[in-house]
Design a protein around this ligand. Structure first.
Ligand code: OOG
Ligand code: NI
Length: 417
């Protein structure tokens, strides 16, 4: 170490995050060309909405932010992987917000969303990652559970360079320009798709028979990014355009129905692609198949207060439990007639957060919708039942810290108006 310390010029975490999000988007576009089609559809739809809305509304919609807005998702296998991933995201100013238990929906994972948390950071770049962790304790086959533990213990999903740069960031309080670029390049490798599985065909089959998602989490070198999601201003139009172009989209949009004042989050996706992979015991031209990667679009609306969220959860449950002879979209619309749909009433009844007279935008995810997105990628696989209680304490122990309560963030944004 030189005796005279140089003045460190650190790159803002917001800037590192923006660089990483751009690099990831470029990589995914190259890996999954259908995602590029999705970006084109969303850009068209958004341009149409913005043009109609006129300049004052354009500013409100945050058109610049919209252009770069993406969320992605990864699925991790071990507590150690999650803890290190949290440190990697911290370099980019992303903190774990919220706890999502997917077990009640038949998916043996629990999750958080790593995202920027301040208004300034969200405006600079809103990139977020839905990050799931396998719940080993929900695997009922003891021998298979032990085998999964052993397979995962053998892999290291982070390169030495990435680990070194995370440490350097933690020790020095930031990364300089060259280090930031090296970090982005090194971390990107963790998100890359691997054509070669780490297990043989028989092992893959055993994993997939337990649960297709378990095979996706366990059988590869790393937690490949499984989708990236641009944000659209009109998801009904974007969904219609997907179908018009012959894209194999989910048949129902997750979340609330179409409304005058959009709330929370509406999402749809095209179904996961079946891709060629090679198992460890395959040689020559032999290959296998794996289905995991897809593309998704989302529309964001107003963040709800706990009272508003309780109403949303109740109405959604009513719609989902309703008469199967009635189309789901009709049930949803009928149930949500009970949810006020103008800003004045929503505000008066304490259902939304306002800042400067405008609803605060929802920046998080929804467990029931996430489950629907997961399910859409399981191609009709029989629904699993997991009895285990939700376990935020175990998730936080794995993460190495508590997750942030999203309601607290929205309340703080609203108060600072
Ligand atoms: C994550 C699915 C959840 C969302 O937008 O709700 C999700 C996954 O498939 O790993 O991304
Ligand atoms: Ni998603």
């Amino acid at each position: 170490m030189p005796a005279v310390a140089e003045t460190a010029v650190f790159v803002e975490p917001d800037v590192i995050r923006a660089r990483f999000a751009a690099a990831l988007s470029d990589m995914y576009r190259a890996e999954v060309p259908l995602y590029a089609d999705l970006l084109a559809i969303v850009a068209d739809v958004n341009a149409g909405v913005v043009e109609q809305a006129g300049a004052p509304v354009q500013a409100r919609l945050g058109v610049e932010r919209l252009r770069v807005e993406r969320h992605g998702a990864i699925r991790l296998g071990t507590a150690q992987e999650l803890a290190t991933m949290a440190r990697a995201f911290a370099v980019m100013g992303m903190a774990p917000v919220g706890y999502y238990d997917l077990a009640p929906a038949g998916v043996p994972v629990h999750s958080t969303a790593f995202r920027p948390v301040t208004e300034a950071a969200l405006a600079a770049n809103p990139f977020r990652v839905f990050c799931s962790l396998l719940r080993h304790e929900l695997i009922d086959d003891d021998a298979l559970r032990a085998e999964i533990g052993a397979i995962l213990a053998r892999r290291q999903i982070f390169s030495d360079a990435a680990l070194d740069l995370i440490l350097r960031d933690e020790r020095n309080g930031g990364l300089n320009d060259a280090e930031a670029d090296a970090f982005v390049a090194a971390l990107l490798e963790t998100f890359r798709w691997h054509h070669d599985a780490t297990v043989d065909q028989a092992t893959y089959q055993r994993l997939a028979t337990q649960h297709r998602l378990i095979a996706d989490i366990v059988a590869f070198k790393g937690p490949h990014i499984n989708h990236l999601t641009p944000r659209t201003l009109d998801i009904d139009a974007a969904q219609a355009e997907m179908l018009a172009r012959g894209i194999d989209a989910k048949d129902q949009i997750e979340g609330p129905p179409t409304r005058a004042v959009p709330i929370l989050l509406r999402q749809t996706s095209f179904k996961a692609l079946t891709e060629e992979v090679r198992f460890a015991d395959q040689t020559g031209a032999d290959s296998g198949r794996h289905t995991a990667r897809f593309g998704e679009i989302e529309q964001r609306g107003a963040a709800l207060t706990p009272k508003g969220r309780a109403l949303y959860d109740r109405l959604l449950a009513e719609a989902q439990g309703g008469d199967p002879a009635v189309a789901y979209a009709d049930r949803l619309r009928a149930c949500f007639a009970a949810f006020p749909d103008d800003v004045a009433t929503l505000a008066r009844e304490g259902l939304i957060y306002l800042r400067g007279g405008e609803p605060v935008t929802y920046e998080d995810f929804l467990p029931v919708s996430a489950a629907g997105i997961f399910q859409s990628n399981l191609a009709g696989e029989a629904r699993h039942d997991y009895a285990g209680a939700s376990s935020q304490v175990a998730f936080e122990a794995a993460l190495g810290r508590a997750v942030i309560d999203p309601f607290g963030l929205y309340a703080a944004m609203a108060e600072s108006a």
